[in-house]
Each structure stands twice: as C-alpha cells, then as structure tokens.
Design a protein. Structure first.
Length: 149
C-alpha cells in the first residue's frame, strides 16, 4: 500500500467572500463623494476689493472702465495710377508703414476687433499678403477678406 503524499491533498475550491469587498468599495465611494468639491473656484469669479481696512463703507468706488465699442476695421487696398493705395476705415494712408502704425494703435486698444481686408481686383496678391501679415503682427486674431458680390 502506498503512503499518501504530503503534497497531494484534497483541496476544496477556493472561495472568496464578496461581502467585505463590497463594503470596502462602498466606503471608498462615499469618501470620494464627500471630499469632492462641487463649487466654482473663487479665482475665476470677478470681484473688486477695496484698499481700505475695516468694515467702513467705501464712498469712492471705482467702476470698471466701459468696454469700447469698435466697429470692424476695414482696410481697403486700391489700385490707382499704377500703384497701390491703402485706406484704413475710409481714411487715406500714404505708406504701408503708416498702415502698420494705425493697426497697431487699434490693436493696442482691442485685439478682438475684426479686420476686414478689401482689395481691388487689380491688386497683386503679394500686396494683400503684406497687409494680412501686418494685421497678424499687430495682434489681431480675426482677419477676414471681403469679396465683391
């Protein structure tokens, strides 16, 4: 007769108790819900604080400056007398450098004002690209091209 092996035992199925695992998952879920923040972050909210200390009423409160309303900046590129002529919002401009100065002046105030480039059909593409590049360098984000109907 053979002696029974020490390594060969009749092992029953391995049973995992799920009730403690479900309890741990539930507790983790409750912990994360309670510690989550559902309110808006304060540094994103607009606020104005006074420089005075204490709870005295502020008499001279400064209101924020009003938004400056700009219409579209229209740059006309015209072909007159065999050379290019520029107009910025209907005012004649003598050189491309002056166009650059005027666009930088407007961009210093409001860069999200749309710039509309309106070239004549006779104007070379290179002259239109020069004005486009100047508009981008000045800081304008929105540059559009006008077309003839």
């Amino acid at each position: 007769m053979r002696r029974p092996s020490v390594f060969h035992r009749d092992q029953g199925g391995l049973e995992i108790k799920m009730t403690p695992m479900i309890d741990v998952v539930f507790l983790l879920l409750v912990f994360f819900v309670w510690t989550a923040s559902f309110h808006a972050v304060e540094y994103l909210l607009p606020s104005s604080l006074s420089q005075q200390l204490g709870n005295a009423a502020v008499i001279d409160s400064q209101a924020p400056p009003p938004e400056v309303e700009f219409e579209d900046v229209i740059v006309r590129i015209l072909w007159q007398d065999d050379h290019v002529v520029w107009q910025v919002n209907g005012q004649d401009v003598l050189s491309l450098d002056e166009v650059k100065q005027r666009l930088q002046l407007v961009a210093g105030i409001k860069t999200d004002a749309p710039v509309i480039l309106h070239p004549d059909e006779e104007v070379a593409v290179g002259d239109v690209i020069d004005v486009y590049d100047i508009s981008r360098i000045a800081g304008f984000d929105k540059i559009q091209f006008a077309i003839a109907p």
